[in-house]
Design a protein around this ligand. Structure first.
Ligand code: PTJ
Length: 254
């Protein structure tokens, strides 16, 4: 990895880039994952590289949904593994739920490398190496799923996903939580709850919110969920982007 000093003004962003590049070198991230990261960086830039109020609200709703779920599951792909393997394991351990490796550009070698990486961080329940079901309506590899994992889950967390599977999971009646920096992506539009934030900030934030909400009565968690409106949240994310851009334009006018 390139040695990036902590004092560098773009340290967090450059480190994420290094992690994705290492992921590709180690056979964890697909080459296409580099492009996905670049697209994410662009949206993060126009969000001001911070967790917005819209993302904060979606994170609270997502945490309530995960705490209320009977059979939650968490999906992990090559970008997620490179950027947040330890944090995904921490979240899965906190909730006592399976992590399921699910890849768009699937190869058995990459599935195994990601599963091994998650286990090396202490994950006890890693699925995806032996899928035994298919998500209806999908013809690509993302259709592959595991019973007692994503296939049977009532609530699924899908970071950095494609819209197709998000839609198909919704059609199966599941509550789908997306983490996606693009508020206009099909995934963000199709999900039940869209966290428009960088996965590197979003997962630690979900962990924190789950710890804060874990003592709440179920009725209170249900009230949080009932009051949540995903379309309103996506509009709020776009408005926060617009306001950030306007503030940058004002700086240029000075
Ligand atoms: O490992 P695989 O084979 O399953 O492939 C994973 C990728 C991510 C390459 C694959 O799912 C893909 O091509 O995804 P897309 O269609 O490019 O969508 C990824 C979405 O994630 C885009 O909307 C990006 O803006 C968003 N994104 C990228 N990086 C981040 C992000 N969202 C949050 N945090 C990021 N760091």
């Amino acid at each position: 990895m390139t040695d990036i000093p902590k004092s560098h003004p773009r340290y967090a962003s450059l480190m994420a880039r290094e992690k994705i590049a290492s992921g590709v070198r180690e056979g964890i991230t697909s080459i296409q994952g580099l492009i996905a990261q670049g697209r994410g960086e662009t949206f993060d830039y126009i969000l001001g590289e911070r967790t917005t109020l819209a993302a904060e609200n979606a994170t609270v709703a997502a945490s309530a949904a995960l705490l209320l779920a009977e059979r939650p599951a968490i999906s992990v792909n090559g970008n997620v593994a490179a950027l947040a393997a330890a944090e995904m394991v921490e979240l899965a351990t906190l909730l006592d739920v399976p992590l399921e490796v699910n890849l768009f550009h699937r190869s058995e070698d990459r599935v195994k490398r990601i599963a091994d990486l998650l286990r090396s961080h202490g994950a006890k329940n890693v699925l995806g190496e032996k899928p035994d079901a298919r998500i209806p309506g999908l013809e690509h590899s993302r259709a592959l799923a595991t019973r007692n994992g994503i296939y049977d889950a009532d609530v699924v967390l899908i970071p950095l996903e494609d819209g197709d599977r998000c839609e198909a999971l919704r059609k199966m009646g599941k509550t789908v939580i997306a983490i996606d920096l693009n508020p206009l992506s099909r995934t963000s539009m199709m999900a039940s709850i869209s966290i428009v934030d960088n996965i590197t900030r979003a997962v630690p934030n979900i962990i924190e919110k789950i710890q804060q909400l874990s003592g709440c009565p179920r009725e209170e968690l249900q009230r949080i969920l009932d009051e949540y409106d995903n379309k309103r949240t996506l509009k709020a994310a776009l408005i926060e982007m617009q306001e950030y851009l306007r503030s940058r334009m004002d700086e240029l006018a000075c």
